[in-house]
Design a protein around this ligand. Structure first.
Ligand code: NDP
Ligand code: HSE
Length: 428
């Protein structure tokens, strides 16, 4: 039986998951590949921290990347450190030495995926990153493999478990945003600093990776227009429910004749849509191909073993490539992408405001919409107090930039007490 030596960069949640998975399923994997996978090194910053980690004794735990890069016996490097700059340097070094890399690092891949793929190709190495999007859900490979006979038109995903857990708690258990966030932190879904999740940056990196592969286009994280869930209130959730919708943080990529649109934002989605029923910390990715139609991938987007499942499957893929003399030869097609400006993306909108309960208020609001050629789809008004009224408006699909300008004008009206919510609707 062949032996393949592997180095693991990082031994946190995912790294430990990889060690555990190989313990659990090593025999099954060997049987499939006729190859024994041996972790030879683990790189960490603080070796002492791992003294009691009960790692197999055959593994050399080091804080020196030179041990790994200079060992020609190491064929495959798994990068699960998460740091952006150092991880990128390590990955590049590996390719230059002809070592294949498997990574879960969306930060690096969303920004440098294509240059890294090119470098890997130049050096006859493989670069695989299934775990970088939606953890254990197989969705990266379908983009360039199982669905590659299609023109992919649309990718819509719930790709961040933390925010989905928060929004589910606010919807199903009527928690406030702060209560739901605290619970997500207590359960270990949200990190101590949850900014990347809450602000939508984590999902933005993931949709950039899928759009690059699915649309054969060179897009990066900076091409994605991003809005997080910070401003979603219980009132918005309640109105969404009453109108037959759920609010989800959606990552939306569309490939249309006039360009590619890429956005992450909270959105109303009809309650009977499969994405609306993806609860708690689960992820799902909904893909529309021009021949296959609609396909949905669903499962655990994070966690030690689900993520390790994707990582180790990538390692197995690399070994199969070695066995078939395919290493570094994955064919890619990528074009420079025509990215639509965020303001040009069209969606319907939900808008909630508190206004004076007085004659002429509705006409001044609707007058502004009319001037911007924005059509009102529905309007509900409720007395808040004798003096104030709550107004909830749905407007038809309009360019987001135009809606924002109209809302700025409405906000300045003397009759407006608060422009409290504006959330896009995704109709699929
Ligand atoms: P953790 O923070 O749990 O672990 C990081 C590990 O990397 C630690 O062992 C740390 O060592 C080591 N490390 C970090 N920086 C360095 C460095 N400069 N030099 C050497 N070692 C370093 O991260 P996770 O396991 O959660 O995540 C790893 C990657 O996987 C990230 O890119 C993440 O986005 C991605 N990912 C994570 C998922 C999850 O469920 N956690 C899901 C999908 C992807 P030390 O302890 O000594 O500092
Ligand atoms: N922080 C991410 C989430 C998991 O909440 O989904 C890692 O990608």
């Amino acid at each position: 039986m062949k032996n393949v030596s592997i180095a693991l960069l990082g031994c946190g949640t995912v790294g430990k998951g990889v060690v555990e998975l190989l313990k659990m399923n090593g025999a099954l994997i060997e049987e499939q590949l006729d190859t024994h996978l041996a972790i030879k090194y683990i790189l960490v910053r603080n070796v002492d921290k791992y003294k009691d980690a009960r790692l197999p004794e055959t593994i050399h735990v080091t804080d020196d990347f030179a041990d790994i890069i200079n060992d020609d016996d190491v064929e495959i490097v798994i990068e699960v450190m998460g740091s952006a700059d150092f991880a990128k340097i390590c990955i590049e070094e590996c390719f230059r030495k002809g070592k294949s890399v498997v990574s879960a690092n969306k930060d690096v891949i969303a920004d440098y995926g294509i240059p890294l793929l090119k470098l890997a190709h130049e050096h006859g190495a493989d670069f695989q990153f299934e775990a970088s999007v939606a953890g254990g859900i197989p969705v990266v490979r379908p983009m360039y493999s199982s669905l590659n006979s299609n023109k992919i038109e649309e990718i819509i995903g719930i790709m961040n478990g933390t925010t989905n857990f928060i929004l589910t708690g606010m919807t199903d258990r009527e928690l406030s945003y702060e209560e739901a966030l605290a619970e997500a932190q207590a359960k270990g879904y949200a990190e101590a600093d949850p900014t990347n999740d809450i602000s939508g940056y984590d999902a933005a990196r993931k949709i950039a990776i899928l759009a690059t592969l699915g649309f054969h286009s060179y897009v990066t994280f900076t091409d994605v227009s991003v809005e997080g869930i910070e401003r979603i209130t219980k009132d918005d959730i309640m109105h969404a429910k009453a109108m037959g919708y759920r609010i989800k943080l959606l990552a939306v990529a569309r490939q249309e004749d006039d360009g590619i649109s890429l956005a992450v934002h909270p959105a109303f989605i009809r309650k009977d849509h499969p994405l609306a029923n993806v609860g708690d910390a689960y992820n799902a990715v909904y893909v529309r191909g021009n021949c296959v139609g609609d396909v949905m991938f669903y499962g655990q987007g994070a966690g030690a073993l689900p993520t390790a499942s994707a990582v180790v499957s990538d390692v197995m893929n690399v070994i199969q490539h070695v066995n078939n003399d395919m290493t570094g030869k994955r064919p890619y097609l990528w074009r420079n992408a025509e990215i639509k400006d965020a303001g040009e993306i069209k969606t319907p909108y939900y808008i909630r405001m508190i206004a004076a309960n007085a004659p002429g208020v509705l006409s001044s609001i609707s007058g502004i919409f009319a001037r911007h050629a924005i059509s009102i789809r529905s309007l509900i008004q409720k007395d808040e107090t004798k003096e104030l009224a709550e107004i909830v408006i749905l407007v038809d699909s309009s360019a987001n930039g135009v809606v924002k300008t109209a809302l700025e004008e409405i906000k300045e009206l003397p009759c407006i007490d608060c422009l409290c919510g504006a959330v896009r609707l995704i109709e699929v």
